[in-house]
Design a protein around this ligand. Structure first.
Ligand SMILES: [Zn+2]
Ligand SMILES: [Zn+2]
Length: 276
């Protein structure tokens, strides 16, 4: 694949610089083999308090991506991104091509305890018990309030896995994803993401890893996003080579069902709209 051509594209991918399994070089090689013309790397920002997988040195991170960009020029376009967690900051943001804004933790200020939103059902249940008086809906509402606050404060180019809070709720015991109150909270956060000018991603990673049977976000969110004129894109949130373009065709069909006629894609470090 010549890099001048439009092959597959994805901007949400992890390497060993955070919690991915492959080195940066191996991840890019895998993308080349699978027909990508553009691959964005978006390792996790450092969450000083808690993250077991920090990018650490921002300058080293930027340097590694710059070097890969130059090294692979002519084979694939490598873009320098970052998955910026709502509770962390990144000093070299201006040197990045784009930022994905994500909420991964609920932070209990009283105990300084962090609960991973996407860890497991037991963690979510502990958080609900400790911070929200056993009220799962209040927990979901707090997650969406954090998504909204983060979008308006950091104005990320892309909103990462918008409704990640549903990840450990496959059994439906934490809160009711069909309830009007839950949906209202999600749609209020979507309003903020729209106001921030961010692109909404369809994230296939939760299905790849067997957590969910449907992609993030839920169809009712996608439909509203389309109504509001938001842009949408498709990402695998890949942590390994096998995930790189997992579910892309199904995700395209989902977007079409929600009314989208175009999809945003990363082309040479910037986002362009292409027909679905
Ligand atoms: Zn994430
Ligand atoms: Zn990610």
């Amino acid at each position: 694949m010549s890099a001048g051509m439009h092959g597959l594209s994805s901007c949400h991918n992890h390497t060993q610089m955070s919690d991915g399994v492959l080195t940066l070089d191996d991840m890019v090689h895998a993308a080349i083999r699978q027909g990508f013309s553009d691959i964005g790397i978006s390792d996790h920002s450092c969450l000083a308090a808690e993250s077991p997988h920090a990018t650490g040195d921002a300058d080293a991170y930027i340097a590694a991506l710059r070097s890969a960009k130059a090294h692979f020029a002519g084979q694939i376009r490598v873009a320098a991104g970052l998955e910026l967690d709502a509770l962390s900051s990144f000093p070299a943001r201006a040197q990045l091509d784009y930022v994905i804004g994500s909420v991964h933790y609920m932070h209990d200020k009283a105990t300084d305890c962090f609960y991973g939103v996407d860890w497991d059902e037991a963690t979510a249940q502990s958080c609900i018990n400790e911070m929200f008086g056993q009220n799962g809906l209040a927990y979901a509402k707090a997650y969406y309030a954090a998504v909204a606050e983060n979008a308006l404060r950091t104005r990320p180019d892309v909103i990462g896995h918008f409704d990640l809070v549903v990840k450990p709720n496959a059994r439906g015991v934490l809160f009711d994803e069909e309830s009007p109150a839950y949906r209202a909270a999600a749609l209020e956060a979507l309003d903020a993401c729209c106001e921030a000018g961010s692109i909404l991603e369809v994230n296939t990673g939760g299905v790849f890893r067997g957590w969910r049977s449907t992609f993030y976000p839920a169809p009712f969110v996608l439909r509203r996003a389309k109504e509001k004129g938001m842009r949408a894109m498709i990402n695998a949130d890949a942590h390994c080579a096998e995930a790189l373009c997992f579910g892309f065709e199904t995700a395209r069909a989902l977007l079409r069902e929600a009314g989208f006629r175009s999809v945003a894609v990363l082309r040479d470090g910037a986002f362009a709209d292409e027909p679905l």
